[in-house]
Write a protein that binds this ligand. Structure first.
Ligand code: UD1
Ligand code: MG
Length: 470
């Protein structure tokens, strides 16, 4: 059974209860816009296209969402936007998309504010639809207040969805609700959309009325009833957003543990992007990962670290309270390296094997070759540091002259003493030593001791000033 799938994402609503200037579907969950989760899910279903219906904050929403990336060998779905102005209900919303939905496919209707539906669940719904019937995703709820109820005939077949506000007392007692997600052959949907009216309590065009129309046309309506409420939970308020964030993080944590990652506490992990782990990775509590982070085998992350866009090689150890902010220029930490506690790695920090970066050391756009060490209170910016260099406490590269940045090259086996200023551009020749407290403005020859500071003077018979007697 194979038919093209076109996904419609409803995202025109206002989201009043978020009490925010930002359109609801752009609020972030796991570092991605709510609606981006929905769009990305379409790629995992190998959908042909995704049509996002925008209204409130349309321009912002359109600018804030991006096309999904291809999944496996499939072509990435095409992303399109359709405006709904004004918003006259969910049926009216899908009517706006109808002209761009090809007749040969199945339309899968999703909501931009329901981020955690699993692709497997949607695939099961599509399989049930089979390109022939109207398939609804439903769920039993202990408190179904506010939702559309699934009205079934005595034999169990679905007859209608009745909105809470339009429902009778008897209908309100039905626990089975419509999740807001349906799969429907597009050729049938089009006809039904044209027949919707707004004669109901809210005066809206309800998409849910297509069920009545299908039944009237003698077409089968099937329901895929699931038990996992998180998959159909929508975000309407900051509290619900926070709740779903935890549910999402819990899911990721479980998947990581399943894979062998040892999390000190799965409830204290935040992945706001993609975290890829090899075997024997250990992550202590309260770590935040952003963008794409790779932890190779045996890497260990201490408590309270923030790590963005970085690759941590095998056996490397990141000690507590380390901040690693890779951006476009990522960060790499070589095998067996040790970073932290309280270290700060910025974009373009490339650390080789067994490098040590200690407390209060900042590294930006710099390469440190194998075995180099900067253990205390130091700054390395725009520097190329050779193998086994020892970079003393309190030393800095003065890489910025107020207008331009310049490079500092420290060749292999150089020993930079404490509290040195290396005024770039400058090269320290291999094996050289720089005396503590030196301000180095000229390149130094290999092997030499370079000292650039005031000579020490001691005055033996010096008298301290005395207080004047009155
Ligand atoms: C809808 C369903 C209800 C279901 C519930 C599940 C209808 C009539 N009712 O109700 O049966 O139980 O979802 O959450 O469909 N939207 C637009 N344009 C509009 C109106 C809404 O794009 O004109 C979007 C919203 O932004 C939202 C989605 O459609 O993403 C659902 O709209 P909402 O108002 O939340 O529908 P409900 O009343 O909750
Ligand atoms: Mg709703």
């Amino acid at each position: 059974m194979s038919f093209p799938v076109d996904v419609v994402v409803m995202a025109a609503g206002k989201g009043t209860r978020m009490k925010s200037q930002r359109p609801k579907v752009l609020h972030r969950l796991g570092g991605r816009a709510l609606a981006q989760h929905v769009i990305d899910c379409a790629a995992r279903l190998s959908a042909r296209s995704v049509v996002v219906i925008t209204g409130h904050g349309a321009e912002q929403v359109e600018a804030g969402l991006s096309a999904p990336v291809a999944c496996g060998d499939h072509v990435a779905p095409q992303l399109r936007f359709v405006r709904q102005e004004p918003q006259l209900g969910t049926g009216h919303a899908v009517q706006q998309a109808a002209p761009v939905l090809p007749e040969d496919g199945v339309t899968l209707v999703l909501s931009g504010d329901v981020p955690l539906t699993r692709p497997e669940t949607l695939q099961a719904l599509l399989d049930l639809c089979a390109g022939e019937c109207l398939a609804l995703l439903t769920l039993d709820m202990p408190d179904p207040t506010g939702y559309g109820r699934i009205v079934r005939a005595a034999g169990g077949s679905v007859q209608a969805i009745v909105e809470h506000k339009d429902a009778s007392e008897a209908q309100r007692a039905i626990p089975e609700i419509y999740s807001g997600i349906m799969a429907v052959p597009t050729r049938l949907l089009r006809g039904w959309l044209a027949r919707l009216d707004n004669r109901n309590v809210q005066g809206e065009y309800y998409l849910t009325d297509v069920v009545k129309l299908a039944v009237a046309d003698g077409l089968p309506v099937v329901a895929h009833r699931i038990a996992d409420a998180v998959q159909v939970a929508g975000v309407n308020s900051p509290a619900q957003l926070a709740e779903l964030e935890r549910a999402y993080q819990r899911r990721l944590a479980e998947a990581l543990m399943e894979q062998g990652v040892r999390l000190a506490d799965p409830a204290r992990l935040d992945v706001r992007g993609e975290l890829v782990c090899e075997e024997d990775v250990e992550i202590d509590v309260n770590c935040v990962f952003e963008g794409r982070v790779e932890l190779r085998s045996g890497a260990r992350i201490g408590a309270n670290c923030f790590i963005a866009n970085a690759v941590i090689e095998s056996g490397a150890e990141i000690l507590p309270f380390t901040h690693m902010q890779g951006e476009k220029a990522g960060i790499s930490v070589g095998p067996g390296a040790q970073v932290g506690p309280f270290a700060r790695l910025r974009p373009g920090a490339q650390l080789g094997a067994h490098v040590h970066i200690g407390n209060f050391v900042e590294v930006k756009n710099s390469t440190l070759a194998a075995g180099a060490k900067a253990n205390h209170l130091a700054y390395l910016g725009d520097a190329t540091v050779g193998e086994r260099v020892n970079y003393g406490a309190g030393s800095i590269t003065a890489n910025y002259d107020g207008a331009n940045k310049h490079r500092t090259v420290i060749e292999a086996d150089v020993h930079v003493g404490s509290n040195c200023v290396l005024v770039a551009p400058v090269t320290l020749g291999a094996g050289g030593t720089v005396g503590g407290g030196s301000t180095i403005t000229k390149s130094t020859p290999p092997g030499a001791l370079s000292v650039a500071r005031g000579k020490q003077v001691s005055i033996e018979s010096w008298q301290r000033p005395q207080k004047k007697k009155v």
